[in-house]
Design a binder for this molecule. Sequence first.
Ligand SMILES: [Zn+2]
Ligand SMILES: [Zn+2]
Length: 204
Amino acid sequence: MVENDGIRVCPIPGYGLGVIAERAFKRGDCVLRERPLIHFGKPQSSAADAPRQAFDMAELTAIIKGLSDEDRSQLTALHDRDQKPGQAKTYIGIINTNSFGCTCGSINDGACVCIIASRINHSCFPNLTRYWSHSEEVMCFMATYPIQPGDQLFVSYCDSNATQAVRQKTLTRYGFQCQCRLCSLTGHALLAHDAAAVTFEVGP
Ligand SMILES: [Zn+2]
Ligand SMILES: [Zn+2]
């Protein structure tokens, strides 16, 4: 199930594929609600303090085996950040690259891969925030800023409140150099933002 009226996956110069708004969204509007193609690592019990399951290859193998051919080809079309030149993608690489954590309040509900949401590129200053609806088993994306038709949609793959150095270290795992507004800061503006980030990390 996908509710994505008004957005479109398409090639974007400098990004490969990305997702574009085809209409305006107000701050707080739901932009995308998507049921995951795969959802794994759910805790055995729904208690808030249930231990998070380790990455379970047997579970993943069973889930991938159970997919329809069409769903499996959608999964294998996604990016694998660990793919080496001349080698095939791996499911584990695809899942590491594209999974979102499914945290709903205090409920840790494992992680998932969504086909459309996987195409949303990263910004440290994103125009979308996301949450997992445990009751509906749906990943929801909402506008954090007004979005105009033609704007690219972004989520953050890292902690946007961290310093530039910490963010860029996290993002090297994805194999790109972020060029968002925050990563483009220099001089006094960068010092000011990083100082606020450090304060945030350390706390009052
Ligand atoms: Zn950035
Ligand atoms: Zn759930």
